[in-house]
Design a protein around this ligand. Structure first.
Ligand code: NAG
Ligand code: NAG
Ligand code: NAG
Ligand code: NAG
Ligand code: NAG
Ligand code: NAG
Length: 630
């Protein structure tokens, strides 16, 4: 261990001597570098320090990118940090997406127009509380025994293709070329990953360096612990740390100094809030603590990136899950208790941070943001359209049914997300009451003879249930992928049913149908049907409601209180999962660009429970749990 530490020290010192910048040489031309002698950054040859904010373009509609960037700038921030999400840009091995909501270049250009430098974090792994930490799900079906985040050549083959594509694209926007990107992160908190494959980091650094050269600074970010930096740092990338309000600033930077003896101090992720999982209280961080720690860091000359300054939303099925002892899927909201709310509104924390920054950086002459008006569109009556298990719904939404002896995973069905229905006949002639054993990743509703009997849950560790349905003949298991793991070891997170037995015996044959649920267009021509409220014993139901907006649409929140668990779509946009039974998130953020003047359409796929009123309401204030602002 000590030998290893010494080696790192020697490497870092060598880098110091080689990289020393002649200030007068770079003055007047574009560039970004480290001035090791004076422990500072140099932007275009001038001493520079950043206070940056994290804002992920993939968590807010493109329409709002400029608005949010301007609000960052108005708080005095001079840089924005974003991850690049591999799975968004390469949804299939032969498909690339770089336009519309995936127009990274547009986002970077807007940042520059709004007076912000950029800290770019292209991964390939990003965590970010996103599905599979930003890695595309298809890696799991192309290479089922893949070893993520290692020098596994099959993984590295795909990584190389992706990084070549993204790094070639962003090259003209690097600072050395006159663009806004000053720093490019290699991997992401790699020191927290158990593999600790140094050769992997060396290969990545070479790939990044090949494209970035000296046009921007490569860097790494790790938790402020020696054992993390040992696995996370790599020669040729500037080593930085990340920590929140509960850490000792002096101590954290002392640890950074072991690996980065000279150069500016950097906290690459300072947490002004925190993430929340379904079923736990909404996580908050007090504004006073944020103010005190930010002040402390800026007073010792550090550069800081605030993670998140603006969190946004995990629209659709993009949220991930944490693992370890308990499987914990992330909320749809990524409000994060950040200085700007999910709807982009300033909070008292925003102004507290602005006050601190104003002591250290010149403030821009920009209008102070205010809370935007919200639409109060009231209650909408939701009418049932069709049951998901109805033959017509299967035709419209399902993959072709397959009959098989082995249970396929989502990945082997090439389903990135959604639901899979597994159906079989129960063995006959057994006892009246049977025991079902099945391990579900992640959650399965269990029906016997079209009657909901129980739920299998990875989170609750429920894998054995009695089937108290005498003479039951047919079993249906509707499995939900609640988001692939985004963090920790064992991220090769296949979604499926494992080791299924009834009274200890396997079931010989299954019918399997997948539901991708990426679109609700097929409902367009269906009429509403009469149906009951209460527990949905016979399977999930699509419901539709219509409402009219007069005048310009405004942001609003869909209040799901009283309903069970499901997915909501507005005018075809998937707002994400809702789950008021678990909480703490009760409302889904509805951005104005998803609405239109005149008639609008809300569609739900409700899995479990329809309240008696059959109404969902649009409200002006979000309900995310206990927000105890201090
Ligand atoms: C720095 O650059 C200037 C101008 O090119 C040159 O005169 C000077 O010798 C350089 N100093 C060092 C230390 O390289
Ligand atoms: C913070 O860490 C420094 C350096 O390790 C130590 O001297 C100081 O006592 C710590 N402060 C607190 C409040 O623990
Ligand atoms: C709200 O706070 C109370 C008391 O701290 C706690 O018991 C409850 O679980 C919280 N509710 C939510 C939705 O976070
Ligand atoms: C600030 O901006 C306003 C509006 O654009 C302008 O009128 C004013 O002169 C500016 N003030 C300074 C100090 O630049
Ligand atoms: C499986 O599908 C076949 C063909 O549609 C059907 O005859 C059979 O009843 C199905 N089995 C179950 C358990 O639903
Ligand atoms: C299924 O059972 C086998 C054999 O008992 C066991 O090795 C395996 O870990 C089980 N799978 C899961 C997902 O628990």
């Amino acid at each position: 261990m000590w030998k290893f530490l010494l080696l790192n020290l020697v490497l870092a010192l060598t880098a110091t001597a080689l990289d020393t910048i002649n200030i007068s040489e770079t003055q007047g031309s574009y560039g970004f570098a480290v001035d090791y002698q004076n422990n500072q950054f140099l932007l275009d040859g001038q001493p520079f320090r950043y206070v940056s904010g994290s804002f992920h373009y993939f968590r807010t509609p493109r329409h709002y990118w400029r608005d949010r960037l301007r609000k960052l700038r108005a708080a005095g921030l001079n840089a924005v940090s974003t991850y690049v999400e591999w799975s968004l840009h390469q949804p299939q091995p032969d498909t690339w997406m770089w336009s519309g909501e995936a127009d990274l270049m547009h986002f970077l250009n807007l940042a520059q127009e709004e007076g912000l430098m950029v800290l770019l974090r292209p991964g390939p792994y990003i965590c970010a509380e996103r599905d599979l930490g930003g890695l595309p799900y298809w890696l799991l079906n192309r290479v089922p025994d893949i070893r993520f985040r290692t020098n596994d050549q099959r993984y590295m083959g795909y990584v190389t293709v992706y990084l070549n594509e993204v790094l070639k694209k962003i090259k003209p926007l690097l600072r050395g070329q006159g663009g806004p990107i000053i720093m490019v992160q290699v991997e992401n908190e790699y020191g927290s990953y158990s593999a600790c494959d140094i050769q992997y980091m060396v290969s990545l650094q070479q790939l990044f360096s090949h494209h970035v050269g000296t046009d921007a600074l490569l860097y790494t970010t790790d938790g402020a612990l020696v054992k993390m930096l040992q696995c996370g740092v790599v020669t040729g990338a500037y080593a930085t740390v990340d920590f929140g309000v509960y850490s000792n600033v002096t101590k954290a930077f002392e640890i950074m100094r072991i690996f980065q003896p000279r150069g500016p101090l950097v906290n690459s992720e300072f947490y002004p809030g925190w993430l929340t999982h379904w079923g736990e209280p909404f996580q908050t961080v007090g504004k006073r603590a944020v103010k005190t720690k930010l002040y402390e860091m800026l007073s010792v000359g550090a550069s800081v990136n605030i993670y998140m300054f603006y969190g946004g939303t995990n629209f659709g099925f993009t949220s991930g899950a944490n693992g370890g002892e308990t499987f914990s899927p992330q909320l749809t909201s990524y409000d994060y208790d950040a200085p700007l709310t999910e709807a982009g509104d300033p909070t008292p924390k925003y102004f507290a941070i602005r006050d601190v920054i104003a002591k250290y950086l010149p403030m821009p002459n920009l209008t102070i943001p205010t809370i935007s008006p919200k639409g109060d569109y009231g209650p909408i009556l939701m009418e049932s359209i069709i049951n998901l298990f109805d033959p017509l719904a299967r035709t419209l939404f399902g993959t072709n049914q397959i009959t098989t002896t082995t249970l396929p995973t989502f990945e082997s069905l090439d389903l990135p997300y959604g639901l899979v229905l597994y159906e079989a006949y129960l063995p006959q002639g057994g006892p009246d009451s049977s025991i079902l054993h099945a391990i579900a990743t992640d959650r399965a509703l269990v029906y016997v003879d079209s009657h909901l009997v129980s739920t299998l849950s990875r989170t609750q560790k429920t894998s054995t249930i009695p089937l108290e349905q005498p003479y039951g003949s047919r079993i249906q298991l509707l499995l939900e992928n609640q988001g692939h793991l985004n963090y920790g070891s064992g991220m090769e997170d296949f979604k499926g049913l494992w080791n299924v037995t009834v009274n200890g015996s396997p079931i010989p044959q299954w019918n399997v149908t997948g539901f991708r649920l990426n679109t609700v267009k097929p409902l367009r021509n269906l009429e509403s049907t009469r149906s009951n409220h209460g527990t949905l014993n016979n399977g999930p139901v699509f419901l539709k409601g219509e409402f009219t907006i007069e005048g310009k649409p405004l942001d609003t929140f869909l209040d799901t209180t009283g309903w069970g668990k499901g997915v909501a779509y507005i005018n075809g946009h998937n707002l994400g999962r809702y789950w008021p039974l678990a909480g703490p998130q009760m409302t889904l953020y509805v951005p104005a660009p998803y609405l239109r003047r005149g008639q609008n359409e809300l569609i739900l796929l409700e899995l479990e429970f329809v309240p008696r009123t059959k109404k969902m309401t649009f409200v002006t204030v979000p309900k995310l749990g206990n927000n105890t602002e201090t």
